[in-house]
Design a protein. Sequence first.
Length: 92
Amino acid sequence: MHIVVQHQITDPKKFFSMDAEEVVGGGPPGVQGRQFFPSTDESVAACLWEADSIDTLRDYLDSATAGVSENTYFEVDTERAMGLPEAAAAGA
């Protein structure tokens, strides 16, 4: 499943000092970060992830970003989505 996470960043210094490769690659099996879109003012970011469920991703990511962002999650409607990465689109 493809999931978008919106991060309302509460501590930009800590959020952007986190090792992105570690966060993206450090999740449980089947959880994979695909795209990252930070705002220019560092107040918000959106990410595209692949995971088996929102709960699996939420359990991992809320813990990894505790104290630096408030996260909102939604499943992507792959039938209507545009521009999914090839790897993500192939799994749809």
